[in-house]
Each structure stands twice: as structure tokens, then as C-alpha cells.
Design a protein around this ligand. Structure first.
Ligand SMILES: *[C@@H]1O[C@H](CO)[C@@H](O)[C@H](O)[C@H]1NC(C)=O
Ligand SMILES: *[C@@H]1O[C@H](CO)[C@@H](O)[C@H](O)[C@H]1NC(C)=O
Ligand SMILES: *[C@@H]1O[C@H](CO)[C@@H](O)[C@H](O)[C@H]1NC(C)=O
Length: 289
């Protein structure tokens, strides 16, 4: 979540900039979610490019995330396509709380985003091993759900200041789970893993590589959420709870990178609040772009 003032400069942007971001209206079968799809593709794409899905925070828009995050610039530099979904819900948060969104092909926002990714893969004949998701805050929560419900579609997922899949469950659309945001959950490791396993029952393939950032003084999504997510994904991957490797001051001073296994890295940002600053270059490294 970003303070609303960050969105204001967007309103005065020259129209030419807005034209670079294109809306796609027919990206998949009709489903209940009315999420919108926008896309940015650099002119000189190589064959079989990578796709990055960039999921905005609450109060966000596709245009806002396009302007305010580094991924458009990085796409120009490294030649990949960026899909910018836009939330249909009032307040601009994603539905990360309904039963439908927590299920594969359940018809809710997560399903709409998966359809956008599928559309882009087809349209650009993308390299299926390089379809990635990045999300911030509410978008980070969505990233966890996409990883859980569409492990076959996404190769790697990065999540800034989000929550574990299922943590925000309220059984209502785009609800706010205060127990989750407040860090007052007492789920076991198995209960955390269950949300992921139930999102796509019977899935036996390779799951996406995951990277999780969380700030130690996050006052919107309590820091305990870092632990929930580590509990969730270490259990799913069958990794030990304690990191195999801990790198201090990586990727920058005050941050600690914890490697739990080949597919899971956590980054604990000491003294950082909600909305850990985006580390675009690091993200590219993680994705191998
Ligand atoms: C996103 O980050 C949160 C908080 O650090 C964590 O609980 C959640 O599991 C993460 N999701 C993914 C997909 O890594
Ligand atoms: C939050 O926790 C309280 C106490 O355990 C419980 O009564 C309440 O139903 C929980 N709320 C949600 C949204 O899960
Ligand atoms: C998270 O887990 C670590 C390691 O087990 C522990 O030291 C820390 O207190 C936990 N943090 C929260 C906020 O629960």
C-alpha cells in the first residue's frame, strides 16, 4: 500500500506516455472477476520473450504501477513483456480473501490474472520457463496465491510486504483480515502449507522459486507475516525451518538474506516499514533476466 499522494502526479502525465501501456479486453473466458488487463511490450522483442506480471498495491492502478515501478524501464533494457493487471475492487485492493480466489480457476481475481498471463504467453509465444510474478503489498499477497494456485504457469515469484497464501482469508471478496495484518495468527506449519496444497489439489510438478521481502517495522502488515510465509513455503518445499545460509547486509546494508533451500529465499529488511523499496535490479537477477 502506498500513500495516495504517490498517485497524484500520474494524473498530469503526458498522453504519449499513457499510450505505451495498452489495455487488452479479450484476454480470456468470461469469469466473475472484472479485473482489467494492461500490457507493455517493447518494440524489439526477441523470439520467445519472458513475461513479467506486475501486481499493484492497494489504491494502485495499472498505469500507476507502470509509472511508479522500474519494470517498464527494465523491460526496455532486457526485452521482456510486462502484464499489469488492475484491480476491479473498490479501494483498488486485490481479492486475496475469498474462497474462490484461493482456488485454481475459481473465477476470482487470481483467475483473471492467470488468464492474462496465459493470454500473454500465447500472444508473444513466450518462453514458458520464464513467466514471472512480482507484487507489492496487496499485490504481494496476490503473488503468494498465484504461486500456490498456478505453480505450472509461473517459474518464479517475488513478493514485497505481502502475506502467506490464505492468511487474509475472510470468506468475503477483498476483505481485510485484521488477525493476519496484525500478526495474530496461530496456525501451525501444516495449516499454512494446507492453503497452498488445497489451492491446486494433486499438483505434483515443480513449484515456482520464491523470494519474500518483509520490513521489520511494517505497521500495516505485521512483521510476523514474514514468519508465516517462511513456515508456509518451507513446509510445502520440505525445507528445514532454519535457513541454510544467512547473508548479512545483502542486498543492502541492514537487510539479511536467508536462504532456506534452492527455491525459497527470504529477505528481512531491518528498520524498514511497509512497502519495502523495490529492488528492480535484484529482481532481475532472481528471475535470471
Ligand atoms: C509474501 O510475503 C509474505 C510476508 O513476508 C509471506 O507471508 C508470503 O508467504 C509471501 N508469499 C510468497 C509467494 O512468497
Ligand atoms: C480473529 O481472531 C479472533 C480471536 O481468535 C476471532 O474471534 C476472529 O473470528 C478472527 N477474525 C478473522 C477474520 O478470522
Ligand atoms: C520470527 O521467527 C524468528 C525465528 O524463529 C523469531 O526469532 C522471531 O521472533 C519471529 N518473529 C515474529 C514477529 O514472530
Amino acid at each position: 500500500m502506498k500513500p495516495p499522494h504517490l498517485l497524484l502526479p500520474l494524473l498530469s502525465l503526458p498522453f504519449t506516455l499513457a499510450q505505451q501501456l495498452q489495455q487488452i479486453t479479450n484476454f480470456g473466458p468470461a469469469i466473475p472477476s472484472k479485473a482489467k488487463m494492461f500490457i507493455y511490450a517493447p518494440a524489439d522483442l526477441p523470439p520467445n520473450p519472458a513475461i513479467l506480471v506486475g501486481v499493484h498495491y492497494c489504491t494502485g492502478t495499472a498505469q500507476g504501477y507502470y509509472n511508479g515501478s522500474p519494470y517498464k524501464r527494465l523491460a526496455d533494457e532486457k526485452k521482456f513483456v510486462v502484464v499489469y493487471p488492475e484491480s476491479p475492487n473498490s479501494g483498488g485492493c486485490w481479492d486475496v480473501s475469498s474462497r474462490a480466489t484461493l482456488k485454481r480457476n475459481g473465477g476470482a481475481d487470481s483467475n483473471a490474472i492467470a488468464n492474462m498471463a496465459r493470454w500473454a504467453v500465447k500472444r508473444y509465444k513466450a518462453d514458458k520457463r520464464r513467466v514471472f510474478v512480482i507484487g507489492e503489498s496487496s499485490g504481494g499477497m496476490m503473488a503468494s496465491i498465484l504461486a500456490a494456485a498456478y505453480p505450472d504457469l509461473f517459474a518464479a515469484v517475488i513478493n514485497y510486504s505481502g502475506v502467506a497464501a490464505g492468511c487474509f482469508f475472510t470468506d468475503s471478496v477483498a476483505g481485510w483480515n485484521g488477525n493476519c495484518s496484525g500478526g495474530r495468527m496461530d496456525s501451525t506449519r501444516e495449516e499454512w502449507a494446507r492453503w497452498v496444497l488445497d489451492a491446486y489439489p494433486g499438483f505434483k510438478g515443480t513449484r515456482p522459486r520464491m523470494q519474500v521481502y518483509h520490513g521489520s517495522v511494517d505497521d500495516v502488515i505485521a512483521p510476523a507475516n514474514y514468519n508465516y510465509s517462511i513456515a508456509q513455503w518451507t513446509t510445502v518445499f520440505g525445507y528445514p525451518e532454519t535457513p541454510l545460509e544467512e547473508k548479512r547486509d545483502v542486498p543492502e546494508r541492514g537487510y539479511t538474506t536467508q536462504v532456506f533451500g534452492k527455491r525459497l529465499t527470504g529477505i528481512w529488511a531491518e528498520g524498514v516499514g511497509h512497502g519495502v523499496p523495490v529492488h528492480g535490479e535484484e529482481d532481475m537477477k532472481f528471475f535470471g533476466l
